[in-house]
Write a protein that binds this ligand. Structure first.
Ligand SMILES: Nc1ncnc2c1ncn2[C@@H]1O[C@H](COP(=O)(O)OP(=O)(O)O)[C@@H](O)[C@H]1O
Ligand SMILES: O=C(O)C1=C[C@@H](OP(=O)(O)O)[C@@H](O)[C@H](O)C1
Ligand SMILES: [Mg+2]
Length: 198
């Protein structure tokens, strides 16, 4: 049986640092499976939050991080409940800070979670280039800020690493090789994890 013929059998949650590739890799995995005739739903938790709130992540953070985290908690709860009865495989990209809340960690511990582990310099480089993350917005787009971004990322990772590890059943190192390689590795890991469970 080829990879594409195997199915994801339980919702798969991707966790990890901002810019580690959760949204990109989650979507690519779903598209790849669909291309091979396997239906697969991709959900980005930040998108669910925006739909629920009727505001963007940036607007919510502008109110306060606490406001954002509260809606993030509700969104996670809703996604877990609504995907319970899904008959098709689901891949869910969480926001990087979802693990900051104990209630979320408790939910995620009961799910099939994969931690996308990415080196701090790679995260910092991407975050400086991409922008758009309110948590890091003071640093983005300012010339010569790569070092500051690295320090900030390292500090956030220090706070969150044990949380990512604690909620996850598997860790995938990403950002070393090409995006394509990361997609293939993630597909492979999901396929192995699905078989092991059922
Ligand atoms: N494996 C990869 N190789 C190269 N670039 C990547 C890879 N994964 C993600 N990216 C890029 O990194 C940036 C952040 O990715 P994103 O999926 O938004 O991360 P996250 O959802 O974890 O915050 C995007 O510009 C994306 O194109
Ligand atoms: O790390 C964080 O606290 C956040 C990460 C973001 O998602 P990504 O990890 O997808 O960038 C988004 O949820 C919000 O800006 C907060
Ligand atoms: Mg994302």
């Amino acid at each position: 049986m080829t990879l594409a013929e195997e199915s994801i059998t339980k919702p798969v949650f991707l966790v990890g640092m901002p810019a580690s590739g959760k949204t990109t890799l989650g979507l690519q995995v779903a598209l790849r499976l669909r291309k091979h005739g396997k239906p697969c739903v991709f959900i980005d938790l930040d998108q669910v939050i925006e739909d629920m709130a009727g505001s963007t992540v940036v607007e919510l953070f502008a109110e306060s991080e606490a406001v954002f985290r509260q809606i993030e908690q509700q969104a996670l709860q809703q996604v877990v409940e609504s995907t319970l009865d899904f008959s098709v495989p689901v891949v869910i990209a969480c926001g990087g800070g979802v693990v900051e809340c104990e209630a979320n960690r408790q939910i995620l511990r009961g799910q099939c979670c994969i931690y996308l582990d990415c080196a701090v310099p790679v995260l910092a480089k991407r975050a400086v280039q991409q922008g758009g993350r309110p948590l890091l917005s003071g640093i983005v787009g300012v010339a010569g800020n790569s070092q500051r971004m690295e320090a900030e990322m390292a500090s956030i990772l220090q706070r969150r690493r044990s949380y990512y590890e604690e909620v996850s059943e598997a860790v995938l190192e990403v950002g070393v090789d090409s995006l394509e390689k990361d997609v293939i590795n993630l597909l492979e890991l999901i396929s192995i994890m699905s078989k092991g469970r059922l």
